[in-house]
Design a protein around this ligand. Structure first.
Ligand SMILES: CC(C)(COP(=O)(O)OP(=O)(O)OC[C@H]1O[C@@H](n2cnc3c(N)ncnc32)[C@H](O)[C@@H]1OP(=O)(O)O)[C@@H](O)C(=O)NCCC(=O)NCCS
Length: 145
């Protein structure tokens, strides 16, 4: 039986030489059309194994499950192939579709920067979210994947 992706996650700390290069970028396609982009910005320092994630889809590509699929793909890539230990992101208060996607994919709220963004006549908080490799592994195990 082939090893599950979760079982390929290396023990902590990562062996020397497994640090991911900074600025890994992937493009999200609904072939053959370009629909948006996603970025996984990996810090190159030895022992960090932490990346920042962002995702933007064109309006016509939103609400079709692409954001969820891309987020899950990037998490799997980051944890299994890039040996990341945590992924972080920031989302503005009121971006309920983004919050729904990130929560569904296992991100949890870790903090807030209060009233940092002026939008639609109001100050909005920046919500900081993160997921650890152990959260992701546990989530996959619970889902039987
Ligand atoms: C945020 C974004 C990446 C989400 O991707 P997407 O493909 O539209 O999302 P999905 O279709 O996979 O899922 C959307 C989820 O949000 C939910 N949702 C949508 N609008 C919502 C709202 N107003 N309140 C609560 N949930 C909402 C949907 O029900 C769906 O959840 P479900 O599948 O459990 O029903 C995309 O909409 C986008 O690029 N937006 C503009 C840029 C942006 O805000 N990027 C994020 C910056 S942090």
């Amino acid at each position: 039986m082939p090893a599950s992706p979760a079982s390929t996650v290396p023990a902590d700390p990562a062996p020397t030489g497994t640090q991911a290069p900074a600025g890994r970028v992937a493009w999200a396609h609904d072939a053959p059309r370009f629909v948006g982009f996603t970025v996984l910005w990996a810090f190159p320092e030895r022992g960090v194994r932490h990346s920042l994630f962002s995702l933007v889809l064109l309006p016509e590509a939103q609400g079709k499950g692409i954001g969820t699929a891309v987020t899950r793909f990037v998490l799997e890539h980051a944890f299994v192939h890039l040996y990341m230990h945590r992924i972080s992101l920031a989302v503005f208060e009121g971006n309920d579709a983004a919050l729904a996607v990130y929560r569904k994919c296992g991100f949890v709220e870790e903090g807030r920067i209060r009233k940092v963004n002026w939008f639609a006549g109001q100050w909005k908080d920046e919500i900081n979210m993160g997921i650890l490799v152990e959260d992701w592994t546990e989530m996959k195990k619970a889902a039987g994947i």
